[in-house]
Design a protein around this ligand. Structure first.
Ligand code: ATP
Length: 299
């Protein structure tokens, strides 16, 4: 285990922002921390990076307590975005690389690579302040890992990026993982979390509601989402056994079942004398599970 968070609590006076949080991250994996605004994600990141102390509990990286860990093995994209406005993109990246112990000459190929990969070639010599918000964010992102950290924390890396840039970032994160980087990130975009994460932790008001793999989380709910196209109408579907809710979609209906086991029964009922063009049982999406977990209800 690379990162170990053991029974960590953070209190601000009588307010508990993070409560008895424990999870571990294996070397080279991508771990997602998800939760609503104010759930305690940034506080957790800041404690891991030793930017603020935990009230209780221990955090270690490769067995070493965080305040003893060499800063250069860590990378951090904070939630607050900030770059030097009058420095060029290229100078900015050299600056952060040198700050983290690299020789300028060794940085060139790395900087070239990322500028090209993030489609910033024509902005290379531009002052950061002249860049769009999304492009500024890409520069800050590159700056967070230009020194090849072993462990990279990205706080909301996808926010503010358009779909093309989000995809560029997803691919970049997967590439960093391939290169052996351990990555912890937060996001409100559940589709990104779903595609990237090996494991995840769902936080609600500082408390972990779930820690484990995506498949384990989905397995806890089972395949309770039934997509169908049938000649029956909404109220007829709602009257069927085990049906909790019915939603009309562009492509028929989506039913949520009390339990996966109703699937067989419904297949038999629906197939008898009724024309059924589509019948497909599936897991809930992470987005649906998240809303259920933290909000206590299905969409
Ligand atoms: P978001 O998704 O909005 O970024 P988050 O999950 O990152 O939220 P945190 O920023 O960790 O949430 O905040 C957790 C809670 O701790 C919030 O209720 C916040 O108001 C509180 N908090 C954070 N810093 C302080 C502080 N210095 N003093 C008092 N309360 C604080």
């Amino acid at each position: 285990m690379a990162l170990v968070i053991d029974q960590v609590t953070k209190r601000y006076q009588d307010f508990t922002a993070v409560n008895q949080l424990s999870f571990t991250i294996e070397k080279g994996e991508i771990f997602g921390l998800i939760g609503q605004n104010g759930a305690g994600k940034t506080t957790t990141f800041r404690m891991i990076l030793d930017l603020q102390g935990a009230t209780e509990g221990d955090i270690s990286w490769n067995g070493e307590t965080m305040h003893k860990v060499n800063r250069d093995v860590l990378g951090y994209l904070p939630e607050e975005r900030g770059i030097f406005p009058s420095m060029t993109v290229e100078d900015q990246l050299y600056f952060f690389g040198v700050l983290r112990g690299w020789a300028k000459k060794d940085l060139k190929s790395e900087i070239d690579y990322w500028i090209q990969r993030f489609d910033l070639e024509d902005k290379r010599k531009a002052k950061a302040e002249t860049l769009s918000k999304g492009n500024q964010q890409k520069v800050q992102l590159i700056a967070s890992f230009i020194h090849k950290p072993e462990f990279l924390i990205l706080d909301e890396p996808f926010s503010g990026l358009d779909p093309v840039n989000r995809q560029l970032l997803m691919n970049a994160i997967l590439y960093l993982k391939e290169r052996g980087t351990t990555i912890l990130f937060s996001s409100h975009q559940m589709d990104n979390v779903e595609e990237l994460c090996d494991h995840l932790c769902v936080l609600k008001r500082g408390v972990s509601l779930f820690t484990g793999s995506l498949l384990e989380l989905k397995g806890q709910y089972g395949k309770i989402k039934l997509s169908i196209r049938t000649s029956l109408d909404k109220s007829q579907l709602f009257a069927l056994p085990g049906v909790e809710s019915v939603k009309e979609t562009k492509d028929g209906f989506t039913l949520l079942l009390e339990d996966e086991s109703y699937g067989k029964q419904l297949f038999e009922i629906l197939g008898k004398g009724n024309y059924m063009e589509k019948f497909s049982m599936d897991y809930l999406s992470l987005d649906e599970i998240f809303k259920d977990l933290v909000g206590g209800e299905h969409d």
